[in-house]
Design a protein around this ligand. Structure first.
Ligand SMILES: NC(=O)c1ccc[n+]([C@@H]2O[C@H](COP(=O)([O-])OP(=O)(O)OC[C@H]3O[C@@H](n4cnc5c(N)ncnc54)[C@H](O)[C@@H]3O)[C@@H](O)[C@H]2O)c1
Length: 255
C-alpha cells in the first residue's frame, strides 16, 4: 500500500493526519521527538493506526538531524520500495518563541535552529525521498504554515521567519518537482488548540481573536486539516500545485 511519511506524527495535525490516512488505507511512517514519558500515548496512537490494518512505523528521532534522516529514509526505502511513498507531510513544531529585541531576545543559535527544524528540513526530506526513488510520479508534498507567516504575533518572530522559509521551499519544490509528477503545497491551518499553540506567549488572545473572526464560529481542529489532506492525496488533486491553501474555515480572510 502507498505510504504517507509524516514529520511530527505524534501530536496535533500530524497525529490527526496519521489517523485519517490510516483509515483511508495508507500505511504510515511517522517521525516525532518526544520524551520517554509521552511514549505510552505514542504507543496507543500506533496501536490505533495498526487496528486499521495498516503497516505503521514510528521513529522517535530528530527529523532535523542528517544522520537520523538518512537512517529513517534507508528504512523507508527498504519497506516501501520505488514509488512507495505517496505523500510527505511536514508538521514539525519545535522553535524558539522569543522576541527579536529585549531582555530574552532570540539568539542566533535559537533562530537558526527554528529556521532549520520548521523550515529548511522540508527540503532535505524531499531531496532524500526523491533521490531514493520513493517519492515519485503522483506524489504529494505538504507543509504546515500559519497566518503567523504574514502577521506579527508577540514572540512568534522566529517561527514566522521559519514559515517564510517553509512557504518559499514549497513554491520552489512545486516547480522543481512538477516535471516528476510530484505536487507541493503549503497548508495554512487556522488557529487550532494543540500543544504547540499553548506554548505561544498570549495564545489565549490568539484563540479569542480567531473565535471572534472565524466565520464558521469555531476554531479549526486537527481533523479539519487531516480530512483536507486526504482529499488532496486523491487523484483529483493532481493539478493543485504551488499553493498556500487555507484550511481555516475562512478565518484568515475574515477581517
Ligand atoms: N496549532 C496551530 O494553531 C497551528 C496553526 C497553523 C499551523 N500550525 C503548524 O502546524 C505544525 C504542527 O503543529 P501542531 O500544532 O500540530 O504541534 P504539536 O505540538 O501538536 O505537534 C508537533 C509534532 O512535532 C514533533 N516534533 C517537534 N520537533 C521535532 C523534531 N525535531 N523532530 C521530529 N519531530 C518533532 C512532535 O513530536 C509532535 O509530533 C507546526 O508547523 C505549526 O507551526 C499550527
Amino acid at each position: 500500500m502507498p505510504t504517507i511519511v509524516i514529520l511530527g506524527a505524534s501530536s496535533g495535525f500530524g497525529a490527526a493526519a496519521a489517523r485519517a490516512f490510516a483509515r483511508a488505507g495508507y500505511d504510515i511512517v511517522g517521525v516525532h521527538l518526544d520524551r520517554r514519558a509521552a511514549q505510552p500515548q505514542v504507543d496507543a496512537l500506533v496501536a490505533e493506526l495498526e487496528a486499521c490494518g495498516r503497516a505503521v512505523h514510528f521513529f522517535n528521532q530528530n527529523a532535523a538531524d542528517d544522520a537520523s534522516r538518512a537512517e529513517i529514509v534507508a528504512q523507508v526505502v527498504q519497506r516501501c520500495g520505488p514509488g512507495g511513498v505517496h505523500g510527505l507531510l511536514h508538521s514539525l513544531a519545535f522553535g524558539s518563541l522569543a522576541p527579536f529585541v529585549g531582555g530574552r531576545q532570540v539568539t542566533r543559535k535559537q533562530l537558526e535552529m527554528t529556521l532549520d527544524v520548521m523550515g529548511s528540513s522540508l527540503v532535505y526530506w524531499a531531496q532524500d525521498l526523491v533521490a531514493a526513488g520513493c517519492l515519485a510520479d503522483g506524489g504529494r508534498v505538504w507543509a504546515m504554515t500559519s497566518a503567523g507567516s504574514h502577521m506579527v504575533w508577540p514572540g512568534y518572530g522566529p517561527v514566522s521567519a521559519a514559515k517564510a522559509v517553509l512557504e518559499a521551499a514549497c513554491r520552489q519544490l512545486a516547480v522543481e518537482l512538477a516535471p516528476r509528477g510530484i505536487t507541493t503545497n503549503a497548508i495554512l491551518a487556522g488557529v487550532t488548540d494543540t500543544p504547540a499553540l499553548r506554548k505561544i506567549p498570549g495564545h489565549e488572545k490568539l484563540v479569542a481573536s480567531a473565535l471572534a473572526r472565524n466565520p464558521g464560529g469555531r476554531l479549526t481542529t486537527p481533523e479539519d486539516v487531516a480530512d483536507a489532506l486526504v482529499l488532496l492525496a486523491g487523484p483529483g488533486a493532481r493539478w493543485i500545485n504551488g499553493n498556500v491553501l487555507r484550511v481555516d474555515g475562512g478565518e484568515d480572510v475574515s477581517g
